[in-house]
Ligand binder design. Sequence first.
Ligand code: HEM
Length: 212
Amino acid sequence: MKHNIKLRKQLKRQLEVTNIKGTFVQSQPIWVRIFHWGFTLCLTGTILTGLQLHKPASFLALKFSKVFTFHIAFVWLAMGFVGIRLSDAIIRKDDSLVPKVQDLKQFPKLIAYYLFLRPSPPPSRKYNSGQVFVYFSWILLFLATSFLGLVSYWQGEHLVWVWRLVGGFQVIRWTKFTISIYFLATIPLHIYLSLTENISRLQAMFTGYERK
Ligand code: HEM
């Protein structure tokens, strides 16, 4: 009996130590965090000013030329943050944002988990397959849209071949608008899952360290 109580006390102490203190491991290096929050801010600015340019909300009474200047500034800054992340990935040989065949295989299992058909998510690398696909698509689409933006900014002065290839200014406008809607549809999901799935991953996006 006495032995049992001692064991229970030991177990309780162990659980307390791992639960309360846990072990901290570094999971988000400084440049990933700088990229993440910088990109979040600039992309939000880009999308909001882009929507205002697309269809000005008259109640805001904002000058078109001012909104345009802010739009361009936000895109250049966001491109800078993407540049930081890409350089960081090359220097650290980090491929966590690049989808692999293994991610394709795990994706149906992940969806089954999100639909409550599986008790736990399938094993994954740093990010799960859904995250990798979405993050990769964001970076790719952001770069493609920024390039199309540059094409329309130069108004047929430079890169005329791209203008002709895609089919003109209206097609560029339509493509940029559709991609903005894709961002607007997927970002809330990203924020929702970041807040509900594993809060220590969110902590790591601020401090760099994750509690395991
Ligand atoms: C309040 C808003 C946001 C919160 C709370 C948030 C939170 C997070 C968290 C917690 C992670 C790490 C996920 C993990 O470790 O499992 C992450 C990663 C990421 N988020 Fe966000 N996020 C937000 C907004 C955005 C926005 C607007 C974008 C851009 C479209 C974005 C793009 C990314 C990318 C690309 C990564 C991967 C980071 C890397 O390894 O480079 N996030 N986010």
